[in-house]
Design a protein around this ligand. Structure first.
Ligand SMILES: *[C@@H]1O[C@H](CO)[C@@H](O)[C@H](O)[C@H]1NC(C)=O
Length: 522
């Protein structure tokens, strides 16, 4: 049996070799015998940890091959490890999902691969990794260097100026995954480029072609210069750029349009405005065919384009431009000026504020959220629900009982039991599932407490008592007088209330519903 196994393994190994040879691959397949040696003898290696059955791995394979071939003569090696055969090796590198890509500079220096899984991205990412964070440039190499990427950053520093050299190098280290950085101490070259040391020039293959930094060299100032100057005047919002726009710390103005021609046309029309607000408001087009649903997040219709909106990215406020009006430089200029002057109210999606509160539970809408939930004199328990959510329906009768108990108690002016339909009203909180229940204690509105207990009246009372300012407790006695049977039976016919506090989306499997029935106390 032992020898049979050896033969089988031998066959597998031979098959693997034959396969690799067939494809004439530039990707080196490694195992636990060869891995260590390979990363010791090659200065820069990108390793993919994969499983043969994994779909994303299959999609990556041809891209990975192509990148390996392109990087071959740059002495950057691409390797792969089959984790179904080398589980120990994969575990030792903390691989948790497939594919996992890691950059190795020797066995000690390992960083996650931060690019996209496309040949071009892999190639450009790894070339950047292979360069020192700052390349030393001369009059011979500068022009070539400018061509290495859409944006490159070059410092002109005196040979004796150690302080500025260090400051620039530090900033470059932290941005090395995004841009190539270079430096020169050739005064004549600086002059030819129109600057005097110390200065930084950001060369870009779009817009005005370059931007110059002549302020005092400081880490933050350099980084923010690079961030602003490298952002195209009119960029494009997409999966690659969205998060950097959201973290830019300044508002983003979206130009939604369904065709590339129209996006170009509108972008060109608004360029003077984008120029004027550069560094203050980012402007970008967005493909409404692919990402039209995003218009809804900005309180714009999702079926009427072109359209325009500004998002205040820090406070997450939305300022949609009326789709009834035409997008012209003039109209958008006055809209943006008003926005900048604080003259436009953010758009809040909201149902009308109810004229009277019908039931025991206080109904909150987008427009009354601040007045009710953030009322600093009251402990407010609020449920974020969706009309289609089964667990929310199951909770409803219990929640009403809870509201009645407080409403008829000595605490009626101190404790509010509220609910908001989070599908038809903007809420400032991020809601992960329905129902979400939070307590906003009086005097501590910026520190809401998430409810994660079971959805029983008893536990909800305990939660309000323990986390609210007033320690308000009511007795559950009245509950026995409330007929609950009809509610309970209707809830078990749809999906049922959860006893363990787990939130859910639309559908609940019948098993889960049964399991939570067990915990359901009403
Ligand atoms: C910056 O300092 C490094 C290390 O001392 C040196 O190699 C490099 O040439 C300096 N850069 C310039 C532009 O003088």
């Amino acid at each position: 049996m032992y020898s049979a196994r050896r033969i089988a393994l031998g066959l597998l190994a031979a098959a693997a070799v034959a396969h690799a040879a067939d494809a004439a691959s530039d990707v080196t397949q490694l195992n636990k015998e060869t891995f260590e040696d390979f990363i010791k003898t090659n200065d820069l290696v990108l390793a993919e940890f994969f499983a043969p059955w994994c779909g994303h791995c299959k999609a990556l394979a041809p891209e990975y091959e192509e990148a390996a071939t392109q990087l071959k003569d740059k002495n950057i090696k691409l390797a792969k490890v089959d984790c179904t055969e080398e589980s120990e090796l994969c575990q030792s590198y903390g691989v948790e999902g497939y594919p996992t890509l890691k950059v190795f500079r020797g066995p000690e220096n390992i960083t996650p691969y931060g690019g996209q899984r496309k040949a071009a991205s892999i190639t450009s990412y790894m070339i950047k990794q292979s360069l020192p964070a700052v390349s030393v440039l001369t009059s011979e190499t500068l022009e070539d260097f400018k061509g290495t990427d859409k944006v490159v950053v070059v410092a002109y520093i005196d040979a004796s100026d150690k302080t500025n050299n260090e400051t620039f190098t530090k900033a470059a280290e932290s941005l090395r995954d995004s841009f190539p950085f270079g430096a020169s101490n050739d005064a004549a070259l600086a002059e030819a480029e129109g600057v005097t040391a110390p200065a930084i020039v950001l060369y870009k293959q779009f817009d005005e072609g370059k931007a110059v930094f002549t302020e005092k060299f400081e880490d933050e100032a350099i980084k923010s210069f690079v961030k602003v100057a490298s952002t195209p005047l009119i960029g494009e919002v997409g999966p690659d750029t969205y998060s950097s726009y959201m973290s830019a710390g300044i508002p983003l103005a979206y130009i939604f349009s369904e065709t590339a021609e129209e996006r170009k046309e509108l972008g060109d029309a608004l360029k003077p405005l984008a120029e004027k607000y550069k560094g203050k408001i980012n402007f970008a087009t967005i493909d409404a065919k692919a990402f039209g649903a995003h218009a809804g997040n900005l309180n714009l219709p999702t079926d009427k384009f072109p359209s325009f909106a500004i998002q205040e990215t820090v406070k997450n406020q939305k300022f949609p431009f009326s789709v009834e009006k035409e997008i012209t430089l003039e109209a958008i200029t006055s809209f943006v000026e008003d926005f900048d002057a604080g003259k436009i109210e953010p758009s809040v999606k909201s149902e009308p504020i109810p004229e009277t509160q019908e039931g025991p539970v206080t109904v909150v809408v987008g427009k009354s959220y601040e007045d009710i939930v953030l009322d600093d004199t009251k402990d407010v328990l609020i449920e974020f629900y969706a009309p289609w959510c089964g667990h929310c329906k199951a909770l409803a009768p219990k929640y009403e009982t809870l509201a009645s108990l407080y409403g008829e108690s000595e605490w009626k002016d101190k404790v509010v039991i509220a609910k908001i339909d989070a599908t038809t009203n903007d809420v400032p909180d991020e809601i992960q599932g329905f129902p979400t229940i939070k307590l906003y204690p009086a005097g501590a509105k910026s520190n809401p407490v998430d409810y994660s207990g079971s959805r029983t009246i008893e536990d909800l009372i305990k939660f309000v008592k323990e986390n609210g300012k007033y320690g308000a407790e009511v007795s559950e006695k009245a509950e026995e007088e409330t007929p609950v049977a009809p509610a309970a039976s209707s809830s078990s016919s749809s999906s049922s209330g959860s006893g363990d506090g787990g939130s859910t989306s639309t559908s609940t499997s019948s098993e889960a519903a049964k399991a939570s029935d067990v915990h359901d106390e009403l």
